[in-house]
Design a protein around this ligand. Structure first.
Ligand code: ATP
Length: 900
């Protein structure tokens, strides 16, 4: 195979010869051989660090440095036990960091895999969808608007083809492309006979041959290495991360102050003061918080992916939970997108067509009587022209019929097969010379075909009312046509649409045999309307349920469709949209000013015959009411609306790369129900983030306060610093992380969406920290002094106080799990498996530290009685009740205020 840098300056035939390929593409064996020889079509990626290196990197952090210094100081002071405990804290901290990083990495890798690019190629004489990585030099590739170009491609055939080359040339305006060769010295931006990897197709269609892959593409040459280090984070987590850093500095200074007060003012000895300060330092800093929050996100990302929603931009995982309006496409999202022709209307007859799905078996009925299609010239002509003006391919595999291409066209191809026209033969006899591709803006498609017998025709198919308007005549039979009776056709189109059918019209025109190209001017006169076809597309049953769920979660649903008003209304009613009376069409929207649109947008749930441009105006109008808008889209023109929406959601199956790149989410199943699942998951993630923070901060504050209060008031420490280190260490790895796996609240889809700008560290949380810290301090000091008063040893009293602290943290966790629930049942309080496992670990750890002689020696603890543990449990129950009482009061007042 020849190599060249000048593919743009060679003729098409020369290029094909050089890359040893043909217009019909390669065979799969040849592809395999080339893959082996040249490698996959993938840019070189940065090498991943080994697990050991990643683990060691966890030690590169300020907190760890301080702790390591403390370990050195305690070792020098010959307090080896303290040294070991501090090193234990360091190790545990590194382990949490490591787990977090792995989780995050796995989540990101899975996303990347699911978002892999695909190309349509010609192999083994048939069109196939293949992964980008399997493209080889010589592959024949088909490109349509919104696709990403995946290799360097010499164009072989173009139809109004233009490409957005900004990533390569910096030029933001799309450039026109053609097959004509250009000068060898042309710069990248002027090589109009080429499509380069990394660019996006802006309009039209093309066929081309791959001439360079992977690092040998122009993109590969400039970028050299694709660095793809993405971190799993959101604004909220970043905010907490920053908060934790500031807090560390603050606590470091504060600890120094406490040390000075303890040593100089209160007269503690150096070691005692130093250890108290280290204990305070570790206790006060929420060191595990950023890591646990990232784990919460990773769990959320993975759960969403499992439910068919891939997060492309992580901040959106926070936003999606607060969505208050979902704007959804109809076809394929709310409906199944499995179309079938069910009606045909000619100039004097109204037929029904039977069948199921894409299986080409079915009959034609007129007034309930079966019709012999073979003897019905009009229906036969309709079937033939439908086939010529469609690109979809019908396939049978294991007795099941599927289509490749648009379902609308798939339905027409199936219909043609039912009428005895087979795609390959018919398309062979009537070769296509040129076409005007379908665009949702003009809503039709046209082709120019000629037969061997010298017959040349233009066929147009598209939205009924548009084709009716474009036509001058109507088809009577092969020889006759008459002036079009528009009123009749419009009436019939309305009738079909009111039953929820998508109505297309087909028209044709004979042209001279030497006509080789087709443009819009050719459709201006002389078109003959052949017939109307009505396509059914059943709603998705799960979408009906999902819409109900949205309403209960105070989320509005708007259907935005390119389809006809009546079709949209009928479908809207079937799927249970709240307001199907006021429908706005694209034409209506155009007549309204932005202010007028804002006034009507809230009371309209159906927008029909819209173009992607209208979507942008609708998003803006909704946002003017402070709505948080989720918007779906698939086409290249949907990109601006997807970008503008608070959450852009692209269709994974039918969506273009351009739409995906402008979106925060990609749905792998194009299903409306998956959006609602993502909202639910988004709410869960946010709840869990809030729960993790609401549990961690008061826990740290209470542990630190025990030391601060003791030093400031010159009291005997009720828990020694080393015991605090222990408590902090075991609860942070267990209880903190358990909350990341919390199930959703039972009322999660019954609550109103959260205000997007609600700060997490709000007054409520600060109050919660103060309240919990006060309760904990009373309990810990109370237990300590109670034991001391009853004549117990200080070790015994401290063991009691330590256990009170740790068990209260468990009870606090059980309280946090139902942070948002007013009507609490016992079953809600009893936790999930992860929480119970965490609780069991802590329980046994506490038993160990209380009773095992070796640990008693290390931590200076003493064995407690069963009675003590019953009292600790009781204390936990009382604190839980006090927390719950406060919450009940607070939530009920808030609810009353909301209702008022
Ligand atoms: P929705 O917006 O509900 O998802 P859609 O995306 O299928 O629907 P468009 O693709 O904008 O809507 O299609 C608008 C209209 O164009 C359809 O109602 C139909 O009449 C016509 N149409 C759709 N596909 C084709 C096609 N392949 N060829 C010709 N006309 C088509």
């Amino acid at each position: 195979m020849q190599e060249s840098n000048n593919w743009h300056s060679l003729e098409v035939d020369e290029v094909l010869r050089a890359v040893e390929s043909s217009q019909d593409g390669l065979s799969s064996t040849e592809v395999e051989a080339r893959l082996k020889k040249y490698g996959p079509n993938k840019l070189q990626e940065e090498k991943k660090k080994s697990a050991v290196v990643r683990f060691l990197m966890q030690f590169n952090n300020l907190l760890i440095y301080v702790l390591l210094s403390a370990a050195v100081v305690t070792a020098v002071l010959d307090h080896m036990i303290d040294t070991v405990v501090i090193l234990g804290v360091v190790l545990i901290n590194a382990i949490i960091g490591f787990i977090q990083e792995n989780r995050a990495q796995n989540a990101m890798d899975a996303i990347k895999k699911m978002l892999a690019f695909h190309a349509i190629v010609m192999r083994d004489n048939s069109k196939q969808k293949v992964q980008s990585e399997s493209l080889v030099i010589g592959d024949i590739v088909f490109m349509k608007p919104g696709d990403r170009v995946l290799a360097d491609i010499r164009l072989l055939e173009t139809h109004a083809f233009s490409v957005q080359e900004a990533p390569l040339t910096g030029e933001s305006v799309a450039v026109e492309k053609s097959v004509k060769k250009v000068m060898p010295e042309a710069t990248l931006g002027d090589r109009s006979s080429m499509a380069f990897a990394g660019t996006t197709i802006a309009g039209g269609e093309a066929k081309g041959v791959v001439v360079a892959t992977a690092d040998r593409t122009e993109l590969g040459r400039i970028s050299g290495m694709l660095s793809s280090v993405e971190t799993l984070t959101t604004p909220l987590v970043e905010q907490m991360d920053r908060f934790a850093k500031y807090l560390t500095f603050f606590i470091l200074s504060f600890s120094l102050l406490i040390f000075l007060v303890g040593y100089f003012v209160k007269g503690l000895d150096f070691t005692e003061a130093f250890m108290a300060v280290i204990g305070l330092f570790v206790a006060a800093i929420p060191e595990g918080l950023p890591a646990v929050l990232t784990i919460t996100l990773a769990v959320g990302v993975q759960a969403m992916a499992k439910r068919n929603a891939i997060v492309r931009q992580l901040p959106a995982i926070e936003t999606i939970g607060s969505v208050s309006v979902i704007c959804s496409d109809k076809t394929g999202t709310l409906t199944q997108n499995e179309m079938m022709v069910s009606s045909v209307v000619t100039n004097d007859r109204n037929y029904r067509v039977s069948g199921a799905g894409y299986e080409p078996i079915g009959d034609l009925y007129f007034k309930d009587e079966k019709v012999d299609i073979d003897r019905d010239e009009r229906v036969k002509f309709l079937a033939k022209t439908s086939l010529l003006c469609s690109d979809a391919i019908l396939r049978e595999e294991d007795n099941s019929w599927t289509i490749e291409g648009s379902p609308t066209e798939g339905a027409l191809v199936t219909f043609a097969h039912k009428a005895g026209f087979y795609a390959n033969e018919t398309r062979e006899v009537f070769k296509r010379d040129d076409k005007i591709p379908f665009d949702s803006k003009h809503k039709y498609m046209a082709t120019l075909n000629h037969s061997h017998e010298g017959e040349s025709i233009i066929v147009v198919k598209g939205a009924a009312e548009i084709i009716i308007k474009m036509s001058e005549f109507e088809y009577v039979d092969a020889e006759n046509e008459k002036e079009i009776q528009s009123a009749y056709w419009e009436e019939m189109a309305k009738e079909l649409a009111s039953c929820g059918e998508r109505v297309l019209a087909l028209a044709y025109k004979k042209v001279s045999h030497d006509k080789a190209t087709l443009d819009f001017d050719d459709l201006k006169e002389g078109l003959v309307l052949i017939a109307l076809v009505g396509l059914i597309d059943p709603p998705r049953p799960e979408a009906i349920e999902a819409i109900k769920e949205c309403y209960s979660a105070h989320i509005d649903v708007k259907m935005i469709t390119g389809d006809h008003l009546l079709t949209a209304t009928a479908i809207g009613k079937t799927i249970g949209l709240r307001n199907c009376e006021n429908v706005l069409s694209g034409a209506d929207i155009e007549k309204l000013s932005d202010e007028e649109l804002e006034r009507v947008v809230l009371n309209t749930d159906i927008f029909a015959r819209t173009t992607p441009e209208h979507k942008l105006r609708l998003v803006k109008a909704l946002q003017a009411h402070s709505k948080i808008v989720a918007m779906t889209g698939d086409g290249v023109n949907d990109a601006p609306a997807l970008k503008r929406a608070n959450v852009g959601i692209a269709m994974g199956k039918s969506g273009t790369e351009a739409a995906k790149e402008s979106s925060e989410f990609v749905l792998t199943d194009d299903n409306f129900a998956s959006i609602v699942n993502a909202v639910r998951e988004g709410r869960r993630v946010y709840d869990n983030i809030k729960k993790v923070i609401s549990w961690t901060l008061p826990t740290n504050a209470s542990e630190a306060s025990v030391i601060i209060v003791a030093i400031f008031f010159g009291m005997v420490m009720p828990i020694t610093p080393i015991q605090i280190l222990w408590a902090n260490m075991i609860t942070a790895v267990t209880l903190g992380i358990a909350l990341a796996f919390e199930d959703e609240d039972k009322n999660i889809m019954k609550r109103s969406p959260r205000a997007i700008d609600e700060p997490i560290l709000n007054r409520e949380l600060i109050w919660h920290i103060v309240y919990v810290t006060t309760l904990f301090l009373i309990a810990v000091f109370g237990a300590f002094y109670y034991a001391m008063q009853s004549g117990a040893s200080v070790e015994y009293a401290r063991t009691l106080a330590l256990n009170v602290l740790v068990f209260l943290e468990i009870f606090h966790l059980f309280y946090i799990r139902n942070l948002n629930i007013i009507e609490l049942k016992l079953s809600d309080v009893l936790a999930n498996r992860v929480v119970w496992s965490a609780v069991s670990v802590i329980f046994f750890a506490q038993i160990a530290i209380t009773y095992i002689p070796f640990l008693q020696g290390v931590f200076l603890t003493a064995s407690l009685t069963l009675f003590d543990f019953s009292m600790i449990f009781l204390c936990g129950v009382v604190v839980f009740a006090l927390l719950e009482l406060e919450k009940q009061f607070r939530l009920r007042v808030a609810r009353k205020r909301e209702i008022a």
